[in-house]
Design a protein around this ligand. Structure first.
Ligand code: ADP
Ligand code: MG
Length: 326
């Protein structure tokens, strides 16, 4: 990118980076200087969003800014970490100040909610892409890991499932008349796709309560499958218990909801396991975090995730989740 344009863009980014006491030196030098709190472990995650792969063409810059940070905060949430800092690598087809400002509106809107400072990054010309790294803290040994599920644990999920995948499925075929109930429901689904809510407070509240935890980014079955593999266990889920939003229920019948809830991506809910004896503690944590949680099944002996319908028959998903390079 030509020097003046890049300089101007970085100045715009710097103006809205947000600050924290533990940022000794933020944007502007060759690297950031950060002061991690003594006695805590550093938790680091990175997620990249590419146009046409991770977000549809036509996604507004403000929504993209929000989502680029949200998907990363979701990873920290799944570890039970307290977010602190982030870096941002942007690849842009052209140096566009208005685009950067709008992107930062979305990005900063979410960063401010969680007290996250933007401490550095890189800005280059290329296909539209945003890559964020987040840093957070946990007390040593308390992170919520994928390998900690135990046979007999309950399986829980936060919020509702399937909305983002439902929005994607309606992108090219949304026939809801403007102003109608269906149009409202459709817009609610689209908001869940564009502005996912990272469950940061819930993740932190589950430290010491939950055992294994993962965020649902590629679909419930695929992601819970990762927990099962890492923990050397299986899981059995009750299809009828999977939480669905009002909007999803308004637009999709039970049969068409199921694949969206089980295999749709981009939910950014937390799926976690906890001992049966911890049910009250889980509900208390959810209340503290003001985040609804639903018990959806059990950790069992064996391997893989089995979903059973209301009559106890195994239900087969049409596909398990989103796989890159398939
Ligand atoms: P260098 O050539 O040393 O990498 P840059 O011109 O790329 O320097 O970056 C200058 C400063 O601006 C650095 O502190 C860098 O971290 C920051 N920066 C560049 N791009 C971004 C961005 N997209 N978001 C946040 N900070 C950025
Ligand atoms: Mg650089």
């Amino acid at each position: 990118m030509s020097a003046p344009a890049e300089f101007d863009l970085i100045a715009r980014i710097r103006a809205r980076a947000g600050g924290r006491d533990d940022v000794v030196l933020g944007i502007g030098d060759d690297a950031a200087l950060l002061a991690p709190p003594p006695g805590r472990q550093l938790v680091v995650a990175m997620d990249m969003l590419n146009e046409g792969v991770h977000f549809p063409q036509g996604t507004t810059p403000a929504d993209l800014g929000w989502k680029a940070l949200a998907v990363n905060l979701s990873d920290l949430a799944a570890m039970g970490a307290e977010p602190a800092w982030c870096t941002l690598a942007l690849s842009l087809p052209c140096a566009d100040a208005a685009w950067i400002d709008a992107f930062l509106d979305g990005f900063r809107g979410l960063a401010a909610r969680h007290g996250v400072a933007l401490v550095g990054g890189d800005t280059t010309r290329g296909p539209l892409s945003a890559c964020v790294t987040v840093h957070g803290f946990v007390a040593p040994g308390t992170a919520l890991r994928r390998d900690a599920a135990r046979i007999g644990d309950d399986v829980w999920v936060s919020g509702t499932l399937g909305d983002a995948a439902a929005a994607l499925s309606r992108l090219s075929a949304d026939d809801a008349p403007p102003g109608s109930e269906a149009a409202h429901a459709s817009a609610a689904l689209r908001t869940r796709l564009d502005r996912p809510t990272p469950r940061v407070e819930l993740g932190r509240a589950l430290v010491g309560v939950a055992r294994a935890c993962i965020d649902v980014s590629d679909g419930l079955l695929a992601d819970l499958g990762h927990v099962c593999r890492a923990s050397g266990v299986g899981a059995r889920l009750d299809l009828a218990t999977l939480p669905a939003s009002i909007a999803l229920r308004a637009l999709f019948d039970a049969a068409s909801r199921a694949p969206l809830q089980c295999a749709g991506g981009d939910d950014y809910e937390l799926c976690f396991t906890a001992p049966e004896a911890a049910r009250d503690n889980v509900l208390h944590a959810a209340q503290m975090a003001r985040t609804p949680v639903t018990r959806i099944g059990r950790v069992v002996e064996g391997e893989g995730v089995v979903v059973v319908d209301a009559s106890g028959m195994p239900w087969q998903p049409p596909r398990v989740g989103y796989v890159h390079f398939d």
